[in-house]
Design a protein around this ligand. Sequence first.
Ligand SMILES: [Zn+2]
Length: 275
Amino acid sequence: MSACPVCGEAGDKAGLPGLEACGYCGLAFKTERYFGDPVYEEGLEDGIYGAAKAGLFARALDQLALAVPGKGRLLDVGCATGEFLKAAAARGWRAEGVELNPALALKAEAAGFTVTPLPVEQAMLDKDAYDVVTVFEVFCLMDKPAAAAAELFKILRPGGMLYVREFNAVFHLPLARLEAAGVFAPLGLKPAVIHNFNFRPRTLKAMLEAAGFTDVRVLNSKLTSGDAYRTGGLLGGLFTRLAKVLYYTLAQALWYASFGTAFAGSSLIVTARKP
Ligand SMILES: [Zn+2]
């Protein structure tokens, strides 16, 4: 068993091949991490990085405009082709990105943005410089998420805000076990998303508080629109769309019924402040 990459406690079996779980902070992590680029079928990329997330990006920018009046300098970690940077710039932010995939980074640069091609903890970005840092589904793919969180704390100005969207292990790990048991195979569905790191709400909270952040707030995220990843299999995109809406509604019902303590959503939104 390995040491937990977030809190350092000993890992344990996670009930899935190649995966360990930390009993202390709740992180699930792959024993062998994957650092290649994501490979999507031809033609899916624009949907995944752009159109499907337009609503999520707009909601993020609505919230950030209220939380950080005056706007200012924004860094998007894992900016891909720069779709969020474009949306942020259109609302008056001075936006720049971090992107390790050269082909994606080139597209963001072609759109006029400064893009740093290094992991954030190695990038030597200006300290106390950013009003907002956003991280959309990227902590799960990083080499050193805890070191990255600590660096994001340093580069934010005091009072600055971190805005994170991340897959929720509370949803995806049980789903992956069902998938491994063959439950979805007859329908051709592959709904579970398992990356290098799979965070529970309390894992994200612990990691950000250890980095120095305060006022850490977790919510079920609304969903991407449509079936951009084509996970709907034989039942197709319409089924996926309906299932996502129904599931989000149920997860929110559970959240209300538990007085805001149970997060079953497939993804989470986490915000945190640098004091
Ligand atoms: Zn841990």
